[in-house]
Design a protein around this ligand. Sequence first.
Ligand SMILES: *[C@@H]1O[C@H](CO)[C@@H](O)[C@H](O)[C@H]1NC(C)=O
Ligand SMILES: *[C@@H]1O[C@H](CO)[C@@H](O)[C@H](O)[C@H]1NC(C)=O
Ligand SMILES: *[C@@H]1O[C@H](CO)[C@@H](O)[C@H](O)[C@H]1NC(C)=O
Ligand SMILES: *[C@@H]1O[C@H](CO)[C@@H](O)[C@H](O)[C@H]1NC(C)=O
Length: 407
Amino acid sequence: MKSALFLAALSASVNAYWLMAVDDLFDGVPQRVDPLVYPGQRAGHVHKILGGKNFDFEVPTSDVLRQSECTTTPIAEDHSNYWVPSLYFQWANGSYSSVGGGAVIYYLFPDTAGSTTPFPDDFRMLSGDPSLRSFNESSFAQQAVTYLCLNWDAGGETTRHNEIPVKDCPAGIRSQINFPSCWDGKNTDSADHKSHVAFRSGGPDSGDCTDPNFPVSIPRIFIEIYWSAQDFTTFKSQAKNPSQPFVLSNGDELGYSYHGDFLNGWETATLQKAVDQCNCNMYGDPTCCGDAGVFTYDPDHKNGKCTKDLLITDEPSTGLIAALPGVDASNLSTSASEDASSSTSASAAAASSAAPSSLNNASASSGDSGSREASSSRCSTIKREERDVKRHARTHHRRRDFTFGSL
Ligand SMILES: *[C@@H]1O[C@H](CO)[C@@H](O)[C@H](O)[C@H]1NC(C)=O
Ligand SMILES: *[C@@H]1O[C@H](CO)[C@@H](O)[C@H](O)[C@H]1NC(C)=O
Ligand SMILES: *[C@@H]1O[C@H](CO)[C@@H](O)[C@H](O)[C@H]1NC(C)=O
Ligand SMILES: *[C@@H]1O[C@H](CO)[C@@H](O)[C@H](O)[C@H]1NC(C)=O
């Protein structure tokens, strides 16, 4: 655990970026689907799934994704899919309540036009490892996963952790993952969905593509999820583990197994233009790139919110649930030899009036009540993120070469 968190190293190679608030494709209902790792079948655990509507049990090609009727990203030419595990609060009796979360996705890339190659057709990748239950600090892949314990109170301090924070987080928990951004230039996928890509020379968020086996610089994707963990603070005494009551959807109570998946569904020419030209706002606000015609920025989803019917309907995954879908209760993470015996006998998914109504709210609630921007119609998640970023930038007098991805 580190608390000196905004000492992000400056990086010569990453300057420009944009960030975008992205909605859940299944309207906040995580689905036990992972076409990359479990093609054609139910996945081992549920995920929060974002992006193009043609997501499915089988991996869609880039062409199929591009034909999606809509996307939950605010950039109309991005029909990619992104997914991460979801988060649950674990009650003492073995039941779980889903934690709502809002997503922000960053695209980071060097300022120099021509230096970043867009993802090729059918490009896919996985960052992180769902089987990890320990931390290896010299592994770039593990450095790519971090958590912030958000605290925006006056005098409060936001802290960064390699595991799910073991403390109260007044403004919630932000899980973060960096994807590799150096590509072998040949393979669009690999057996482990990782071997065709590598992290940059300085780690997940700094350096260059200096390894001759991975010479091609692709956009760096960084995904943040703002989990409304603070909604549960008053219920901690009723948790199975009151000091750290949360668990990832795969049963990991430590958080080292957090991971992210990406399927390319971009219009290639648009992504090329974006990494060459989208460089006009030091806080990553994509509005100016939209105005300049680099891409179609549509944060309000003018043609209607993009959602998709559930792929799995017989397996509750939100609200109060008796077990984590797909996860053997006897195999919950860690060292803990805590009692998980009651979870298998509980009846599934009784909607309980005991659970607070806010617990199943998929929209991230704002942790900053004094917002000057409260009347704006723009998405609350991105507003909060921009505020957060601006505050950091002000505090640390940084310019655009601040490596936000390392927060
Ligand atoms: C138990 O968890 C480990 C680590 O994630 C996994 O490899 C194994 O398949 C799981 N076993 C069962 C029965 O779920
Ligand atoms: C930790 O990560 C480093 C770098 O990837 C690797 O060389 C080393 O073998 C890992 N250690 C363990 C115990 O897995
Ligand atoms: C477990 O505890 C929670 C919180 O008190 C309650 O809402 C839920 O109904 C309980 N579940 C079972 C199966 O008793
Ligand atoms: C969910 O949260 C949003 C934003 O905080 C709020 O406007 C909405 O009323 C909430 N919905 C429920 C069902 O609690």
